[in-house]
Ligand binder design. Structure first.
Ligand code: ZN
Length: 279
C-alpha cells in the first residue's frame, strides 16, 4: 500500500502481511494525533480485543510535530519527538491487540488546508482496504481545530467511497470536549468498562505526553467513570465506565445532509431542553 508521505508508517503487531491485516478490520478509528485513538475509541478496541472474528485498526493522520515536551524529552528535536510519538503509537497498537496501525505523517497545516486532496486520498485508500463495519472519528463539536479538520477529511473520504463500502455505524467521539451536553435520546452511550487494566495501559504508554504533566491517563478514566455515574439519576449503574459519541452515520448515508446543519440541530435540541426545564 502506497501513501503520499514517505514517512507514513504501517505497523502490524502480529506480523500478518499488511494487506491481509487491514482486510481483517471490522472496527476502524481515524484520529488526528498519537494517543487520541486510545482516549476516544476504547469502545472499539475493547470490542475486538483477543477476538478472532473482530479486529481493530487505528489510523493517525498527523506526524506529532510540535508536541509539548518535558523532562527526559525536554531537549528532543522536533524530528526526535516525532519518532518518540510514532513508537509510542506502535506500543499502544501492540498492547491493544490491533490488526494494524497506520500513521500517515501529515502536518497539521496540510490537514487543515481545504485544497489538500492527499489526506482524503490516503483515507479513501484505507477505507477500501479495511471496509469497516464501525468507524470512530473525532466529533464535529471538538474544540481542537486539527481534530475537526481530520473529521472533515474523514467525512469526505467516507462519502467518496460510499458506493463501494459503507460502515453500519459512524461515531464522533470525545477528546477535547466531551458530549455530555447531547440530549440523551441523541446520545450514543458506549460501554467501556471491560478490561480497565488494558484501558489504563493504552493511555499510559504515551509517556511523552503524560510525563509532561498532563495526566491524560487519569483524566480519561475519570471522564468515563463520571459519564457512567451521571448518565442517569435513577437506578444503579450497569457500567462503571461510559464514553459518549455523536451518531455521524446519517451524514454518510445521506451525502446531501450538511454537517453544520446536523450538528447545530443537536445544539438546538440541547438549548430547547434547557429552555424547557427553566420554563
Ligand atoms: Zn489530538
Amino acid at each position: 500500500m502506497q501513501f503520499h508521505k514517505t514517512t507514513a508508517d504501517l505497523f502490524v503487531p502480529n506480523g500478518t502481511a499488511p494487506e491481509a491485516a487491514l482486510a481483517l478490520t471490522t472496527h476502524l478509528c481515524i484520529s488526528a494525533h498519537q494517543d487520541d485513538i486510545e482516549i476516544m475509541a476504547y469502545h472499539g478496541i475493547a470490542e475486538c480485543f483477543g477476538r478472532k472474528d473482530r479486529w481493530f485498526t487505528g489510523v493517525v493522520v498527523t506526524n506529532g510535530a510540535g508536541s509539548p515536551r518535558n523532562g527526559i524529552y525536554g531537549d528532543y528535536t522536533d524530528e526526535e519527538m516525532q519518532k518518540v510519538r510514532l513508537i509510542e503509537q506502535r506500543k499502544a497498537a501492540f498492547v491493544g491487540d490491533y490488526a494494524a496501525q497506520v500513521q500517515l505523517g501529515f502536518s497539521s497545516a496540510e490537514v487543515k488546508n481545504p485544497a489538500n486532496t492527499e489526506v482524503v486520498e490516503d483515507l479513501a485508500q484505507i477505507l477500501r482496504a479495511t471496509r469497516p463495519e464501525v468507524v470512530y472519528l473525532h466529533n464535529p463539536a471538538d474544540k481542537h481545530d486539527t481534530h475537526v479538520a481530520v473529521m472533515l477529511r474523514c467525512l469526505a473520504a467516507l462519502r467518496a467511497v460510499r458506493d463501494e463500502t459503507r460502515p453500519k455505524k459512524v461515531y464522533g467521539c470525545e477528546v477535547w470536549r466531551d458530549l455530555d451536553w447531547l440530549p440523551d435520546d441523541s446520545k450514543q452511550a458506549l460501554p467501556v468498562s471491560a478490561r480497565s487494566n488494558i484501558a489504563a495501559a493504552l493511555v499510559g504508554v504515551f509517556d511523552s505526553q503524560v510525563s509532561g504533566g498532563k495526566r491524560y491517563d487519569l483524566a480519561t478514566a475519570g471522564r468515563r467513570l463520571a459519564h457512567a455515574t451521571y448518565y442517569a439519576s435513577h437506578g444503579t449503574d450497569q457500567e462503571s465506565a461510559l464514553s459518549f459519541a455523536m451518531d455521524l452515520t446519517p451524514l454518510v448515508d445521506d451525502p446531501s445532509l450538511k454537517l453544520a446543519d446536523y450538528v447545530l440541530g443537536l445544539v438546538d435540541q440541547f438549548r430547547a431542553d434547557v429552555a424547557r426545564r427553566l420554563g
